[in-house]
Design a protein around this ligand. Structure first.
Ligand code: ZN
Length: 150
């Protein structure tokens, strides 16, 4: 049970003091993520330089789990290449489905705090909202030759 307390503390900390919940006016990529079943609604904003995500933030409203998950995610992907961020995103989704090994969950660092969500189906969409939005950004972005407004 010590683990569970530790994980709750991680989630609480990211809710009280989200590091990445702020506007990012010069973001290169902006995409909305909505989870109607809970009322979570976030805007994910990323700055990219070539293949590297150089900065990121999110704004919007939602439950504690959706907000903490998005904050943790941004802490993990900033400074990484898009491919690496995608890999982490897919790993996170596998963890939520209960398919990731302990080693893989370790690799997810603080995001591993959300692994018990796999036992709470009603909250799964909250936990994956930020990551789904990230994956959608990546796929959308891949189809565009440039992120500059036309
Ligand atoms: Zn939610």
């Amino acid at each position: 049970m010590a683990d569970r307390t530790f994980y709750n503390e991680i989630l609480t900390e990211h809710n009280i003091r989200p590091e990445f919940k702020h506007d990012l006016p010069d973001a290169d990529i902006v995409l909305e993520g909505v989870n109607p079943s809970c009322g979570d609604d976030i805007w994910l904003k990323l700055k990219v330089d070539g293949d590297v995500i150089t900065d990121g933030a999110f704004v919007g409203d939602g439950c504690a789990i959706s907000q903490a998950s998005a904050d943790i995610m941004l802490g993990m992907i900033i400074g990484k290449t898009k491919d690496e961020a995608l890999r982490l995103g897919n790993l996170f989704l596998r963890m939520i489905k209960g398919e990731a090994s302990d080693e893989e969950i370790d690799e997810l660092e603080e995001a591993g705090a959300l692994k018990d969500i796999s036992h709470m189906p009603a909250r799964v969409k909250c936990a994956v909202l930020g990551w789904h939005t990230l994956l959608a950004v990546s796929y959308t972005h891949l189809t565009l030759p440039t992120s500059d407004p036309v």
